[in-house]
Design a protein around this ligand. Structure first.
Ligand code: RB5
Length: 109
């Protein structure tokens, strides 16, 4: 699966762990950053990931911030995107199967 991923400073550490996990599982991952722990704005990153998923450049997107909420709100402003904040595997499965979500939003904090 082709996965595009991004995080702000609030999700930087978890994002790196998810990237490593996905690559170890054999997925193709495009990591848009952030690439250090310095403070940065999350909306441009969310829009970048959302756009790539909508255009079919990636099969799935992952966005990480402190709570996942800001990333989801920003990503869902892009027409055609369904991004969902989930914190458990059942919600993740249902968001994809019943809500056609293609972007997973996670909170590191
Ligand atoms: C950054 O401090 C924090 O506000 C951000 O990561 C996110 O939680 C916003 O929804």
């Amino acid at each position: 699966m082709r996965v595009v991923i991004a995080a702000d400073h609030g999700g930087y550490t978890l994002k790196n762990a998810v990237v490593a996990h996905l690559r170890a599982a054999g997925h193709e991952v495009v990591d848009l950053g952030t690439h250090d722990g310095a403070s940065c704005d999350y909306p441009p990153l969310a829009h970048d990931v959302a756009g790539r998923v909508v255009r079919g450049e990636a099969d799935r997107g992952v966005l990480v911030c402190g709570t996942g909420q800001g990333m989801a709100i920003a990503a869902n402003k892009v027409p055609g995107v369904r991004a969902a904040v989930v914190a458990d595997t059942f919600s993740a499965e249902m968001a994809a199967a019943h809500n056609d979500a293609r972007i997973l939003c996670l909170g590191e904090r």
